[in-house]
Write a protein that binds this ligand. Structure first.
Ligand SMILES: [Zn+2]
Length: 101
């Protein structure tokens, strides 16, 4: 998979999506379930540092928009739109580790 910044190739994204269950657990063992986009901004496929949002999910019945993201390292992780935009959440947790190597 390329990680060149910008937006992920649609074809690659579609292929990736086929392999991701619509409900399950992220790498931190948090339960997610896919929900319709609704009025939320579609950020699918946009690269946020190490993360690419795959689809909108319900997490903990939160009213905030959460996304299931694929991390560069391969992990799936739930992140809030707000935290992706502010770069508060850059990865599943592997980003910092790699930085300090
Ligand atoms: Zn990671």
């Amino acid at each position: 998979m390329r990680w060149s910044g910008g937006i992920m190739n649609r074809e690659e994204l579609e292929k990736l999506l086929e392999t991701i269950p619509e409900e399950g657990f992220d790498c931190k063992n948090r339960y997610y379930k896919r929900i319709p986009l609704g009025r939320a901004q579609d950020i699918t496929g946009i690269e946020y540092t190490y993360l690419v949002p795959l689809f909108k999910v319900n997490y903990n019945n939160s009213i905030l928009t959460h996304w299931l993201c694929k991390c560069k390292c391969g992990n799936l992780v739930i992140a809030k739109t707000k935290d992706l935009n502010s770069k508060f959440t850059k990865s599943c947790g592997c980003y910092h580790i790699e930085e300090t190597k």
